[in-house]
Design a protein around this ligand. Structure first.
Ligand SMILES: NC(=O)c1ccc[n+]([C@@H]2O[C@H](COP(=O)([O-])OP(=O)(O)OC[C@H]3O[C@@H](n4cnc5c(N)ncnc54)[C@H](O)[C@@H]3O)[C@@H](O)[C@H]2O)c1
Ligand SMILES: [Zn+2]
Ligand SMILES: [Zn+2]
Length: 349
């Protein structure tokens, strides 16, 4: 089959690789209909995250149809369209039972094979999904595959950010970064009752989308702090949803939040230390929460909301491309060129 594989930093390639096969009784094979390119794939691309084996199939956002199942799987009949989170989960371990399926004891991240162990990704014609019964969710009739794609990663992460940042009725929130995750965090904050949501970025097209989704756009170069202070009688924001993953963004998040407020860091960080000293956290009575989204917890709810058009994140998709365009797509998304806010691959062409 054709797949996008990791070759080296800043290089992926469309290549012919062996089709995945059922390896365990709980596996399902999907024919991939759409596969997303996520900001998290860029950490590997840029070489900020290392260790991935050459030849690993990239990607962890997918919607597809069941084409084969292991003996232990029921319910997911052949032909069913499914979506799922970017990590697998058993549904039964300590973490799965305690609202953190992203840290499932048996879970794996799609698109991460290291030292020959791990799970290949979704930017391919076929995808093997272990623990399929507890990982996958049927896509409701009337929900487009491109919309469903958001439920398993970036929309879930946007809602998770709102939850971690304690957004509630009347909250004044700031979203840092208007990539797909930040744009979805605007939906998450508003759905959690935020009264006002400011959205910060340097890319004009992304700020326009944030505004269209209900946020008040603030250009990074225009001192976003002034607008936030003005809106809060000089206090600072109740909640900051950091959807970037850089020390600069962390620093800004702590600057913008009010004493007693909460910062949620869903951006993936690869730096060695915190961009703020512990004493500052103490002096500000700061809540700082971070981590991988337990996306499996959100998938059903989000699929229903997407089906009912309660939120429509599909305008975020700027490019629909075949796998053969993979290398150019990664570069374009990484460099934020040609109005690229999100790429989805269509392995069927
Ligand atoms: N926690 C999770 O489970 C989870 C899930 C998905 C993605 N992520 C992470 O979320 C982050 C965002 O993902 P994405 O797909 O939206 O990526 P992206 O790279 O498309 O978006 C990042 C955006 O941040 C903007 N930006 C950069 N520096 C900024 C700053 N200092 N202040 C404000 N904006 C700034 C950029 O212009 C860009 O628009 C990535 O780090 C990604 O790995 C985490
Ligand atoms: Zn992702
Ligand atoms: Zn588990």
């Amino acid at each position: 089959m054709q797949a996008l594989i990791f070759e080296e930093t800043e290089k992926v390639a469309a290549a012919a690789v062996p089709e995945p096969r059922i390896e365990a009784a709980g596996d399902v094979l999907l024919r991939v209909e759409v596969a997303g390119l996520c900001g998290s794939d860029l950490h590997v691309w840029h070489g900020r995250e290392r260790g991935l084996d050459v030849g690993t199939v990239m990607g962890h956002e997918y919607v597809g149809r069941v084409v084969e199942r292991g003996q232990a799987v029921d319910g997911l009949s052949i032909g069913t369209r499914v979506a799922g989170p970017f990590t697998t989960s058993c549904g039964d371990c300590f973490y799965c039972r305690n609202k953190l399926p992203a840290r499932c004891e048996r879970g794996e991240l799609f698109g991460w094979v290291q030292g020959g162990r791990g799970l290949h990704g979704a930017q391919a014609e076929y995808l093997r999904v272990p623990l399929a019964q507890s990982t996958l969710v049927e896509v409701p009739e009337g929900c487009e595959p491109e919309a469903a794609l958001f439920a398993g990663d970036v929309l879930a992460t946007g809602f998770f950010a709102a939850e971690l940042a304690q957004v509630a009725e009347g909250t004044i929130a700031v979203v840092l970064g208007c990539g797909p995750v930040g744009l979805c965090a605007v939906f998450g904050a508003l759905a959690s009752g935020a009264e006002r949501v400011f959205a910060v970025d340097a890319v004009a097209g992304r700020l326009q989308l944030a505004e269209r989704f209900g946020a008040e756009p603030l250009r990074l170069e225009d001192d976003p702090g002034a607008a936030v202070l003005e809106a809060t009688a000089g206090r600072g924001a109740d909640s900051v949803l950091e959807c970037v993953g850089s020390p600069q963004a962390t620093r800004m998040a702590v600057d913008l939040v009010r004493p007693g407020g909460a910062v949620a860091a869903v951006g993936v960080h690869t730096e060695e230390g915190f961009a703020f000293p512990p004493g500052e956290a103490y002096d500000k009575n700061l809540t700082y929460a971070a981590g991988r989204c337990p996306a499996r917890r959100y998938v059903e709810r989000l699929l229903w909301g997407l089906t009912e058009r309660r939120w429509d994140p599909t305008p975020i998709i700027s490019h629909r491309l075949p796998l053969a365009a993979g290398q150019d797509a990664y570069r374009m998304f990484a460099e934020r060129r040609e109005g690229c806010t999100k790429v989805v691959f269509q392995p069927d062409g």
